[in-house]
Unconditional design. Structure first.
Length: 408
């Protein structure tokens, strides 16, 4: 049984929809160009209308992704110390009638541009070398009342943690996001779910030392703070690392914006500037878990970057940018299928390398090239006598199937 069949059966997807997803997954990898209704019809022989109808039907994506995680953990390909990372990515889209068109931040151009935005929650961990998207949602362009885009991200995270299986929920100890998510409302939402938040602060964050002196017997509220943090003086910090190019300090501080005590890790990077003079770059990371070690905070925030590779593979090789529909349900289906194809392909390769005892190197580009070669070879075998089948000759075709594959 293939990984696709195993996951869909475990998720309880009905038979007809499961068969369609299996077909769609094979086509998603085999199609070398844009993944849209027209190309899906050309490569499969089905009518475009069939794909339009299927794309508008709901599918429990969270259940499918969760079952994939369970399969990987059963095969010991994924640990059980998990972190939930959240991030967004800009999707270029032209036209005037696509739902939720608006101005969103495009990091590659450094400004807000008209288009669409996808918000993704993915599982990763300090000991994991990859991320697995769990929930993909389209960002709303306009809001009513006091709602903001950050409010939507918080609701997405909250709904996801309520939906996933209890066993998976228990394995997630921290939620991690970049500096954009370091806002009081978002951090408070994470804390309400029973998780801690790890993130990044502005380099000039408003931080205060906690007063640890003796209490006086005078009337009035006891003294809480011992002055504002001056990043030129680290005498009150605990030194973690001290080298010629890097110094790391840690301390429990009060953040004025978040209105709570947090464990802060300050990294000072020393380098030579263009004019030859020594330069200093300051990075501030934090965790709402004040008992967490400094290195653990850095490891979790470093693991957050794995979600960026999910965006890269989905955009470059999995057709995330190719959706031509103007229906919200179809856009949601297409985006989720793009990430699901990356997830399933990675899991398939991971399991194969695990059983063979080889070093795992994932390449979505290689997976697509081999899938196309296999798809084309199967088409040729259909014109040959019935005794000559692809399965019978597959072992003799390995060099042909790996044609153009870099890591073969």
């Amino acid at each position: 049984m293939s990984i696709v069949e195993q996951v869909l059966k475990r998720a309880g997807i009905r038979r007809t929809q499961s068969q369609f997803i299996e077909l769609l997954f094979r086509l998603w990898l085999a199609i070398p160009g844009r993944i849209n209704y027209a190309n899906l019809a050309r490569f499969s022989g089905k009518n475009e209308k069939s794909y339009r109808n299927w794309f508008s039907k709901p599918l429990d994506y969270v259940a499918v992704h969760s079952c994939l995680v369970e399969v990987l953990q059963t095969e010991q390909c994924l640990g059980k110390r998990l972190v939930l990372a959240i991030d967004t990515s800009f999707i270029a889209k032209r036209g005037k009638h696509t739902p939720e068109l608006g101005k969103y931040w495009n990091g590659s151009q450094g400004k807000a541009i008209r288009g669409l935005e996808v918000s993704c929650c993915a599982l990763t961990g300090p000991l994991q070398s990859y991320a697995l998207p769990l929930h993909i949602e389209q960002t709303t362009a306009s809001f009513t009342g006091n709602e903001t885009r950050l409010t939507q991200y918080a609701k997405q995270l909250e709904n996801l943690l309520e939906t996933i299986p209890a066993t998976l929920h228990e394995q997630i100890g921290y939620v991690v996001g970049d500096a954009y998510y370091t806002k009081k409302d978002f951090v408070d939402t994470v804390m309400r779910t029973g998780k801690h938040f790890v993130g990044k602060l502005r380099c000039d964050a408003n931080l205060k030392y906690l007063y640890r002196g003796k209490r006086t017997a005078k009337a009035g509220r006891p003294k809480k703070f011992d002055g504002k943090v001056d990043f030129k003086d680290f005498s009150k910090w605990q030194e973690v690392v001290n080298t010629d190019t890097l110094r790391i300090y840690s301390q429990i501080l009060f953040h004025a914006g978040l209105k709570r005590q947090i464990q802060v890790v300050c990294g000072l990077h020393y380098h030579k500037a263009k004019d030859g003079k020594p330069g200093e770059k300051r990075d501030l990371f934090f965790s709402t878990d004040t008992q967490q070690a400094a290195q653990a905070i850095l490891d979790i925030y470093h693991a957050r970057f794995q979600i960026e590779f999910c965006f890269r593979d989905a955009k470059q090789f999995s057709g995330l940018l190719d959706c031509q529909s103007r229906q919200q349900e179809a856009i949601n289906f297409h985006w989720n299928m793009a990430f699901l194809a990356v997830n399933l392909t990675r899991a398939e390769q991971r399991l194969r390398h695990q059983h063979q005892g080889e070093t795992f190197v994932f390449s979505m580009e290689d997976a697509k090239r081999r899938a196309y070669n296999e798809f084309f070879a199967q088409k040729i075998f259909r014109f040959l006598p019935h005794s000559m089948t692809f399965d019978n000759y597959q072992s003799h075709l390995e060099s042909l199937l790996n044609l153009g594959v870099k890591a073969a």
